[in-house]
Ligand binder design. Structure first.
Ligand SMILES: NC(=O)c1ccc[n+]([C@@H]2O[C@H](COP(=O)([O-])OP(=O)(O)OC[C@H]3O[C@@H](n4cnc5c(N)ncnc54)[C@H](OP(=O)(O)O)[C@@H]3O)[C@@H](O)[C@H]2O)c1
Length: 262
């Protein structure tokens, strides 16, 4: 991959994670220009990485960069973008959640090369999975350094993956509830988490490694006839666990399709 100059408009949580991932050794980009807000995050990044410089303002980020990442919150995107001048065909990556591509292009007001992406905080450790739309080799290369890039051929695919990216809190809540359950029933503090976290890692690794086996089949394989896993799965389904999950995903997908993400 060519080492490009990358810039960030909006230096918040996700920009911080991306910059850390991109500049982990060996660095994947040659220069990183960040906007001055948030000032604490910007100054911390500039102090830690020689490749990072803080621009005077958002326009200076654009002027200094081959690829510009838009990483402000959706609520201010129009205000921020409308006042800026991008170069024709400039590479622009928007990580702004659930904001329509046509709206972004209208606010940008120039014929840029716009790609949308959903990086997750794990990119800081180069362990993220990032949905990218539309497919783009340069952008996919960036997110492949930061973990795994999944390129979406359609907006529908992209919105579907965006919906499942909203499962993170729920999965952590399942882990938290299991640990709380263990401790309330007498397991010493710390042991439950030490057990549950690797259990979830092993399950994810099994799902990743066994790509040819449908997940439903994998689930059944762990549910030995008459065994404990089969019993818990049956209780979960009988008590509406799967239905609750499906309904929650349907509702968040609707919100994404209506352009209401944050
Ligand atoms: N966090 C995630 O895991 C995640 C994942 C995927 C996508 N996203 C998307 O990424 C975007 C940023 O999310 P975030 O979590 O990083 O939010 P955040 O931490 O609030 O970062 C947004 C940053 O924008 C800065 N900002 C405010 N006004 C600005 C302006 N006029 N010009 C330039 N920067 C300005 C803010 O600075 P101040 O602090 O000074 O106001 C803040 O540092 C959102 O659209 C979100 O949907 C986030």
């Amino acid at each position: 991959m060519d080492k490009q100059k990358i810039g960030f408009i909006g230096t918040g949580t996700i920009a911080d994670a991306m910059v850390r991932g991109l500049l982990a050794s060996p660095a994947a980009v040659s220069e990183v220009t960040i906007s001055p807000r948030n000032v604490e995050i910007a100054e911390r990044l500039a102090a830690e990485f020689v490749e990072v410089s803080i621009a005077a303002d958002n326009q200076a980020v654009i002027d200094a960069s081959d690829m510009v990442v838009l990483s402000v919150r959706p609520q201010i995107a129009q205000d921020v973008l409308s006042g800026l001048t991008f170069r024709k065909n400039q590479s622009v990556v928007s990580v702004i959640a659930a904001t329509d591509r046509r709206a972004l292009l209208a606010w940008i007001g120039t014929d840029v090369h716009l790609v949308q992406a959903i990086p997750l905080p794990f990119v800081a450790d180069r362990e993220g999975v990032t949905a990218v739309f539309p497919p783009d080799p340069r952008v996919a290369a960036i997110f492949s350094v930061l973990g795994i890039a999944i390129e979406c051929d359609t907006k529908e695919e992209y919105d579907l993956l965006a919906a499942t990216s909203a499962l993170m809190s729920t999965v952590l809540c399942i882990m938290a509830s299991s640990v709380e359950w263990l401790e309330k029933r007498g397991l010493p503090k710390g042991k439950g988490r030490a057990y549950i976290a690797p259990l979830f890692i092993s399950l994810s690794q099994t799902a990743l490694r066994s790509q040819s086996i449908p997940l439903e089949q994998l689930s059944q394989e762990f549910a030995t006839k008459g065994g404990l896993n089969e019993q818990v799965l049956a209780d979960f389904e009988k008590n509406g666990g799967r239905d609750a999950l499906t309904a929650a995903l349907d509702r968040v997908l609707q919100r994404i399709r209506n352009g209401g993400g944050t």
